[in-house]
Design a protein around this ligand. Sequence first.
Ligand code: AMP
Ligand code: ZN
Length: 119
Amino acid sequence: MTAPERPDDCLFCRIVAGDVPAEIVLAGETTVAFRDLNPQAPTHVLVIPRSHYENAADLASHDSSGLADMFTTAAQVAEREGLTGGYRTVFNTGAGAGQTVFHAHLHVLGGRPLGWPPG
Ligand code: AMP
Ligand code: ZN
């Protein structure tokens, strides 16, 4: 399958390309994990696919194994970060749910008690 085109103006594509600096936690074959600039928990890492998809559903419908890679990477991040008490994975989809960057990304949060339901 051919990878989708990489928009020049996509912040996370630019992080994948190394054009925008980020604190990389894990760089895999299909995913990159880096620390969120505005952390909401002691560990707050974003896992992104190297290819550009607008959101999780877009990724899932075009590349289901790529979606699985996102969760495998999240588990590796959690292990490296010592999140033995558990961690939360979140995809925000659409502006109404708080999505601000339209390149699929999985939030990995942990290191403090996480309330439920989320805000
Ligand atoms: P969302 O609101 O779900 O679209 O998540 C986007 C996330 O990207 C937010 O938590 C931001 O803090 C984070 N973010 C924005 N710009 C950067 C950046 N340059 N490096 C790391 N994280 C970023
Ligand atoms: Zn992108």
